[in-house]
Design a protein around this ligand. Structure first.
Ligand code: ADP
Ligand code: GLC
Length: 504
């Protein structure tokens, strides 16, 4: 039997992307289709989504619109992969250019609770045949934006059962586990730090049963949490690496939800993200200066030279080029890198940074670039083409995150022969093997890993990178090993398929 699965999310590459979530929601449904699933996506009709989907046509009017004059469902296709995408047309809530979450002043929109409640509610409607031609057996919700989908589905199922019970008082008491009509739900945590917290007063507007505002429900320390709704009501919880799945069950990394997650440990699994090698492959990448592959590496030097030229850095072939492509937030640990900058510059290395986010980090890197114009370059902003150019031109990609659910940039780095230098945490710990003497001897090393989130630990890893760079044979061997790693989506898609089968 073909499994019909609806992915519910707020971002989708290439239409709308603020981080790795968009890469996942684009690649995973396509990979599931390759595995035989019937996968579709549901997104809010943000400006770039409405403009970018092909063949959009109306499907149904929605009976609730959360404050918008009206809301409806449309169905189109993602250009390129052709994956079918439902879009919620509710212009009063979604037709805003730029960030899907923040206004021009970088402040969360005041009606975010309404905007993302509609997303979760519409997902539940699709599971209840809002589209007469297609209904999912599995609703797979991503991050807090889609967190209410499992809650709405559970509420609808209970309501249906209560109606049956009223009509036939002898029927058994409602048990969501044995209710075979109900679509099953999966909730994926891409980042536990973003929780979708709103004032308790917003609960009434959601139209959920009153008893759902409870510690065993959507209530979180007196407030309303969309993330907790997903974690509490979903049948299964996944996150994007095995190590992060363990970490979030601890006080240190559980963001206040560790007890819930520990209590649901049997329903929680870590499935590593993959790489879409159709987009991230140095042998076929229009965004880079010259193609290259593990067997033909000369193009990589041309990419490095082009990057130095583009960023007005000194044209030096031998200078190890460190790269960063990242959101500039607390999570990413780049304050630690700012502190370790002298370690790179004084040893003759260069650093290329592309990112946007916290003003203090933006200013810190901009200041470093002014102080060392030959060695440090910073581009503030979001630039997909430059992101590829940096990964291709870099010798080392630095990802010193405080926490990292999975992380995609270190996987892209491996594919592009840029050795990842990472903090041993979350998905970074699961995907990079340190160039220790024993790992080099055993043919396991793929990058540089530091244990403690401390300046001296990062500095030591940077020194290890310089030391290995000076041993060109070992460097080339490590780089080639990294490029041969297969982090394609097929393996992950198979694991999601197994999970769906278990549920369906
Ligand atoms: P996160 O989702 O936490 O931001 P990931 O490593 O999973 O981290 O994914 C980040 C994605 O966003 C990658 O595709 C990366 O290339 C991209 N990215 C991050 N910052 C920028 C930027 N400033 N410009 C272009 N792409 C960026
Ligand atoms: C989040 C995480 C990142 C992960 C991405 C995709 O943004 O911060 O680690 O790779 O989601 O799952």
């Amino acid at each position: 039997m073909t499994i019909r699965v609806l992915h519910v999310a707020s971002e989708l590459y290439p239409l709308l992307k603020t981080g790795g979530l968009a890469d996942v929601t684009a690649a995973l449904p396509a990979a599931l289709i390759e595995q035989g699933a019937d996968a579709r996506v549901l997104l809010p009709g943000f400006t770039s989504v409405a403009a970018g989907l092909a063949d959009l046509r109306p499907i149904a009017r929605l009976s609730r619109s959360f404050g918008a004059p009206e809301a409806s469902l449309e169905l189109g296709r993602l250009p390129g992969s052709g994956v079918p995408v439902y879009m919620i047309r509710a212009d009063a809530l979604y037709a805003r250019p730029g960030s899907p979450y923040l206004d021009a002043e970088q402040v969360p929109y005041g009606d975010n609770a309404q905007r993302f409640a509609l997303l979760g509610w519409a997902a539940a409607q699709l599971a209840q045949h809002a589209d007469p031609d297609w209904a999912p057996r599995i609703v797979h919700a991503h991050d807090w934006h889609a967190g209410l989908a499992p809650a709405y589905l559970r509420a609808a199922a209970r309501e249906r059962a209560q109606a049956t019970q009223a009509a036939h008082p002898s029927s058994p008491l409602y048990d969501p586990r044995t209710d075979s009509l109900r679509a099953r739900t999966v909730f994926t945590i891409h980042n536990l730090a973003y929780q979708g917290i709103f004032p308790a007063q917003q609960f009434d507007m959601l139209g959920l049963p009153a008893d759902y505002f409870d510690m065993h429900g959507v209530e979180f320390y007196g407030q309303l949490s969309f993330l907790k709704a997903g974690l509490y009501f979903a049948d299964k919880i996944t996150t994007v690496s095995p190590t992060y799945a363990r970490e979030i069950q601890t006080v240190a990394q559980g963001c206040g939800l560790e007890a819930l997650l520990k209590g649901r440990a049997h329903d929680l699994v870590g499935i590593l993200n993959g790489v879409d090698y159709a987009i991230w492959n140095p042998a076929h990448d229009d965004a880079i200066a010259a193609p290259y592959s593990a067997g033909h590496m000369s193009g990589k030097l041309r990419c490095k030279t082009a990057l130095q030229a583009r960023l007005n850095l000194a044209q030096r072939h031998d200078a190890p080029m460190f790269g960063v492509v990242s959101r500039l937030t607390e999570q990413k640990g780049l304050d630690l890198l700012l502190g370790a900058l002298p370690e790179i510059v004084s040893r003759g290395g260069q650093l290329a940074v592309l990112g946007t986010g916290d003003a203090s980090l933006e200013q810190g890197f901009a200041r470093a670039a002014r102080q060392h114009p030959d060695a440090v370059a910073v581009e503030l902003g979001f630039d997909e083409t430059l992101a590829h150019a940096i990964v291709a031109g870099a010798d080392v990609m630095v990802v010193p995150s405080r926490f990292e659910p999975c992380g995609l940039t270190q996987l892209y780095a491996l594919a592009y022969g840029a050795l990842p230098l990472v903090h041993r945490v979350g998905g970074l710990a699961d995907t990079v093997a340190d160039a220790s003497l024993e790992n080099l001897a055993d043919g396991l090393a793929t990058g540089f890993v530091f244990e403690r989130f401390e300046p001296d630990a990062l500095a030591a890893a940077i020194r290890r990178a310089f030391a290995l760079h000076a041993r060109s044979h070992d460097w080339r061997e490590t780089r080639a090993r990294g490029m041969q790693q297969d982090f394609g989506w097929a393996a992950s898609a198979q694991r999601y398929m197994a999970l769906y089968r278990e549920l369906a």
